[in-house]
Design a protein around this ligand. Structure first.
Ligand code: ADP
Ligand code: MG
Length: 700
């Protein structure tokens, strides 16, 4: 039996946090809530910032905004009643004056702060009504000359920890550091693995970051650019890379159906399409078919800019499954997009005698029961739908391939749930994930290290780049005139309404109003409306009318952001563009420019524009390339946002920052691969150290 102090592996750093002095069950519970379970977890809880309490600043040198440690004598202490009752305490140290102001104070505090008392205080200096002030500083009264010297290292401030005071945390971390000195911590990234990077050791780095010397460069630490932080960031990224690498390995250990397309079916599919495939589409289909034939579960991500033609590729893969008598399912993130896929696939496949089933969250009653039965018996081979496809009561007899469109909206957990869905007699379904939000390659290799990537890096021929302009809302009339002109020339237009964060209802209401105003302003034009609150049948009807050209202007909420495809639409108006993200705007713009006509996108904004909003609109004006947009988006918003909120759960990084540390990624990937091959035994320890027990992706 391992003792309380030794931890499971006899390593004192792996001992439960209760091994530390003063950590009883209730404190332990609070610490667990913060993800702190073992002694070493405290060491990896890194300070957000530091305070300098190593030297006493003379009052005469204080400036408003400083956070400083001061020491001075109380000259006067009195309760003031102006505006708000407060205790004011004037201090003097021979160089200047400072007032301490407290709104909450006890009688004994007041009594102790008597003239002549020597006080040391730390706090933020602000400009008060008469002199510089500190409001509620931390302070202590000093007893003559025996007072302790100031701290000899900078004071760490840890991330907000509810119900835990900084002082308490500092004391716990100090205990963990003492153990670190005594027992050490295994260096899982041996120096030769960091070749070319002259780095501090792990122990040095941790020590430095919890107790930086007084001369440490605070600006460098604040920017995360200190070599000690970089050393840890590197290790953390390696740990993440390894955990995804491990997941990838486990997935591939499973067996999957061997799928080979039926040549006759594929040939008639290709010849029935109204176009020929681009070289990129052809190549990616080839990559997918090679995976499907291997008998190991495919986990492939297809990245391609909006409009590059991912649907044909997905359909070719689905048909391959059918050719080997397996089922295929295509899942889209929204009802509207799923409906559109249904229409597209039915258009292509029904003439070939392939039936396409439908299942969404809104499928009800007999229709739903029938679809479920037909999926369970494999009578229905190909089904399109929303995430409803992967709910508990849906079972597939022979699911061979699951395709997820617009993957950036699904996280790793959903990918796994989906994989389990089809598991049957040890066979796992293949997975194909389509994303229209390209992310830079090195980032993709880290965020999606569990996936193989294919790139459709070519657009169908004859497309003209969309002209993009940003116009203030005050020129709404000009924009309406522009819509009138385009439509009178036989083109169609989208008008995307303001985004209202709080409610789909308000959003729908705003869209209704806009549609009514536009219908009144636009003479002789037919205005249609779709929003998230409409019944699927209503939406489908309006979308159908729009795609057949029976509606000229489609007013919509951002429900049309992804996937919608009407080639004759050549004008996209986006209201309140300043409030939308780059990727979203690029998606919306991608709804036009699908035909051979010159298309335009008008980004309407409310003045005045903030700096970031201006930068965003400028990016869209200057490029039409989704990869460039993604790179700029990354720089403007950071990787958490770019990867999508769900993905951030996956990449919860403590020290590293994917954007700041992007330059390390190629080396991180190389080191991780080497460790994986040569030091397999370190892999689990590294993952446990950085990602914790709840090995998020390991437990497949
Ligand atoms: P996305 O990649 O954004 O999902 P879609 O699959 O919706 O793109 O395709 C966009 C449009 O381009 C569709 O109208 C589709 O029929 C058309 N398309 C796809 N591939 C080609 C091609 N090789 N040549 C011409 N048009 C194509
Ligand atoms: Mg699409």
């Amino acid at each position: 039996m391992p003792g309380k102090d030794s931890g499971v592996y006899g390593d004192p750093m792996l001992a439960p946090i209760t091994a530390l002095r003063g950590v009883g069950p209730s404190l332990a519970q609070r610490l667990h809530k913060l993800g702190l379970e073992r002694v070493q977890d405290l060491l990896f809880l890194l300070p957000l910032r530091y305070e300098d309490r190593t030297r006493i600043t003379p009052l005469g040198e204080l400036r408003a905004g400083d956070r400083a440690l001061i020491q001075a004598e109380v000259q006067l202490c009195e309760v003031a009643y102006r505006r708000r009752r407060s205790l004011l305490c004037s201090l003097h140290d021979g160089t200047g004056w400072l007032t301490l102001r407290m709104f909450y104070f006890s009688r004994s505090q007041q009594a102790a702060l008597k003239p002549g008392a020597l006080i040391r205080a730390f706090g933020e200096v602000r400009r008060g009504p008469t002199a510089l002030e500190m409001i509620h500083p931390e302070y202590q009264l000093l007893q003559g000359e025996d007072s302790a010297p100031p701290q000899d290292t900078l004071t760490p401030v840890y991330p907000a920890t509810e119900g835990l005071q900084q002082g308490r945390l500092r004391a716990l971390v100090a205990q963990a550091l003492a153990r670190l000195e005594a027992g050490g911590l295994a260096d899982l990234l041996p120096a030769q693995k960091l070749a070319g990077r002259s780095q501090p050791t792990l122990v040095q780095a941790l020590h430095y970051l919890h107790k930086p010397p007084p001369n440490a460069r605070l600006d460098q630490l604040a920017a995360g650019a200190h070599p000690c932080q970089q050393r840890l960031a590197f290790e953390e990224l390696v740990a993440h890379q390894l955990s995804l690498r491990k997941l990838r390995e486990r997935v591939r250990q499973g067996k999957a159906p061997v799928i080979r397309p039926d040549p006759a079916l594929s040939a008639s599919y290709l010849s029935s399409l109204p176009f020929t495939l681009t070289r990129a589409q052809d190549r990616v289909i080839g990559e997918i078919l090679a995976d499907l034939a291997r008998g190991e579960p495919m986990m492939r991500l297809v990245q391609g800019d909006v409009g590059c033609g991912k649907t044909v590729v997905a359909t070719a893969a689905a048909l391959a499954a059918l050719g080997s008598d397996y089922q295929a399912a295509l899942m889209a993130p929204t009802e509207l997009l799923a409906e559109q896929h249904l229409a597209t696939l039915r258009g292509w496949l029904q003439p070939l005698g392939v039936e396409v089933g439908w299942l969404s969250g809104r499928s009800r009653g007999k229709e739903r029961t029938q679809t479920l039965a037909r999926l369970a018996s494999a009578e229905c081979k190909l089904v399109v739908g929303t995430h409803a496809l992967f709910q508990d009561d849906v079972s597939f007899a022979r699911l061979g391939l699951a395709i997820i469109d617009e993957q950036h909206r699904f996280g790793v957990h959903q990918r796994l749930a989906l994989k389990q869905k089809g598991e049957r007699k040890e066979l796992q379904p293949h997975q194909l994930i389509m994303s229209a939000t390209p992310i830079p390659r090195t980032l993709a290799m880290t965020a999606y290290a569990d996936l193989d990537c294919s790139y459709i890096d070519e657009r169908p021929p004859g497309r003209k780049p969309v002209t993009t302009v940003a116009i203030p809302e005050s020129r709404r009339e000009d924009i309406v005139a522009r819509v009138q002109r385009a439509c009178s020339e036989g083109r169609q237009a989208y008008w995307v309404c303001p985004l209202i964060d709080v409610s789909e209802n308000l959003e729908a209401q705003a869209a209704e109003e806009t549609a009514a105003l536009l219908a009144a302003a636009l003479q002789g034009l037919r205005v249609g409306l779709v929003h998230g609150r409409m019944k699927p049948a209503e939406k489908e009807k309006v979308m159908g009318e729009f795609s057949r050209g029976e509606v000229d202007v489609l007013v919509a909420t951002t429900v049309i952001e992804v996937g919608v495809d009407v080639a004759n639409a050549s004008l996209m108006i986006v209201e309140n563009a300043e409030r939308m993200g780059l990727a979203q705007l690029h998606q919306l713009r991608g709804r036009v420019g699908r035909g051979s006509e010159q298309s335009s996108c008008v980004l309407m904004y409310k003045s005045p524009l903030g700096e970031t909003a201006r930068a965003r609109l400028e990016v869209l004006r200057s490029t039409d390339d989704g990869f460039v947009v993604a790179q700029r988006d990354l720089e403007l918003r950071g990787p958490g946002e770019v990867l999508g909120t769900r993905q951030t759960g996956l990449m919860q990084l403590r020290v590293a920052d994917l954007l700041r540390d992007a330059g390390m990624l190629p080396q991180v990937q190389a080191v991780a691969e080497k460790l994986y091959q040569e030091h397999g035994q370190h892999t689990d320890a590294l993952i446990r150290r950085w990602i914790g027990q709840a090995d998020q992706y390991g437990e497949v």
